[in-house]
Design a protein around this ligand. Structure first.
Ligand code: NAP
Ligand code: 8YV
Length: 310
């Protein structure tokens, strides 16, 4: 008999096709009465496939739940503590997205330094006919502080070498195997950096760690790039720092309450905004979907998941 898998929200078409072939699928997002639906199908469900997390309440509606296969590397929307307490395995999709997420981080950094979006609009609105715009800034020789030198952070650091940037990093601990200088203090790293790129996990441990002190340390000549999670940055403080000119610029792919973005940012031409697109290429999203499916397949064939969250 096919194992029963609950699909929390819509997944990529190729993922749905693969899941429908191998499992008895239940689509929670099509249920009109979610509680009644879970009460009916919950007892038979052994797996969850999700791109939007899984909370304790959902897990507890599924007494036989064994595995959660999550689309994406960040698992801040999965209650990992509750999953561990229930011995539920959680799998994610790391590494296959490093290249594209790192590319977006570098793209945002370059777009901010060369004022790419502001000058695009300068041409379109005919301002160039009147005068040339102010000079932008070079990235060569400038210091980039990476908050979270993990899989994606290391990829960003490698790419930045091509542009002649100097890389330093902050995390909970120094990594003896890397050559980049380590800052134990995030605020001090920001003070000494021209750019700070945020690429650590979201969740309680990193909530608002980029606070007013860090933003002010980065300062009016500094730029913040966030491709991690909106929760890592104190968003009202970020908006205030940009509006008041205490922070020079920002390149933002992620926000505290997506898809809502503070409207005050729309008027600021020193800010480049993206709708959470780090991994959003056809190639990377396909690879992420394949890994989500492969994790379930490996688990249900008794081999153990390929990429467990540890
Ligand atoms: P990873 O390999 O686990 O790296 C995370 C890094 O963050 C590690 O170097 C870790 O270093 C550091 N870190 C963890 N907790 C920290 C804390 N409390 N304070 C400071 N640093 C901390 O993760 P990854 O695969 O590179 O992914 C990173 C994150 O990027 C994901 O969790 C996700 O939220 C985000 N992401 C966003 C997009 C997008 O579309 N924008 C796409 C993919 C991923 P230490 O252990 O030394 O602290
Ligand atoms: C995805 C991401 O957009 O992997 C992550 O952590 O933020 C992105 O790759 C997201 O997870 C899709 O749900």
């Amino acid at each position: 008999m096919k194992p029963e898998v609950l699909v929390v929200g819509p997944l990529m078409p190729h993922v749905m096709t693969a899941l429908e072939a191998d499992y008895r699928i239940h689509k929670l997002y099509e249920a009109e009465d979610r509680a009644a639906y879970l009460a009916k199908i919950g007892p038979g469900v052994r797996g969850i496939a999700t791109a939007t997390g899984a909370n304790a309440e959902l897990m507890d509606a599924l007494p036989q739940l064994e595995i959660i296969s999550s689309f994406g590397v960040g698992v801040d929307s999965v209650d990992l503590v509750h999953a561990a307490a229930r011995n539920i395995i959680v799998a994610n999709t790391p590494d296959v997205l490093n290249d594209d997420v790192a590319n977006l981080a570098v793209l945002l950094l370059l777009a901010c330094s060369r004022r790419l979006v502001a000058y695009d609009s300068y041409v379109r609105k005919g301002a160039w006919l009147e005068t040339s715009p102010p000079l932008a800034r070079s990235v060569r020789g400038r210091k980039v502080g990476i908050l979270g030198l993990g899989r994606i952070g290391k990829d960003i650091a490698t790419k930045l070498a091509v542009f002649g940037c100097e890389v330093v990093y902050h995390g909970r601990r120094a990594q003896p195997e890397v050559d980049y200088p380590f800052f134990a203090d995030l605020e001090e790293m920001a003070r000494q950096s021209d750019y700070v790129i945020v690429i650590c996990p979201g969740g309680a441990a990193t909530h608002n760690i980029v606070n007013r002190g860090v933003l002010d340390a980065l300062g009016p000549e500094g730029t913040l790039i966030n491709v991690a999670r909106g929760s890592v940055v104190d968003e009202p403080e970020l908006v205030a720092a940009l509006v008041e000119g205490r922070l020079g610029g920002a390149g933002l792919d992620v926000f505290a309450d997506e898809p809502r973005v503070p409207e005050a940012l729309f008027a600021l031409d020193q800010v480049v905004l993206q709708p959470h697109q780090g991994s959003a290429t056809t190639e990377t999203r396909r690879a992420m979907g394949d890994l989500q499916v492969d994790n379930l397949a490996a688990y249900f064939s008794g081999k153990g998941v390929l990429t467990p969250v540890e």
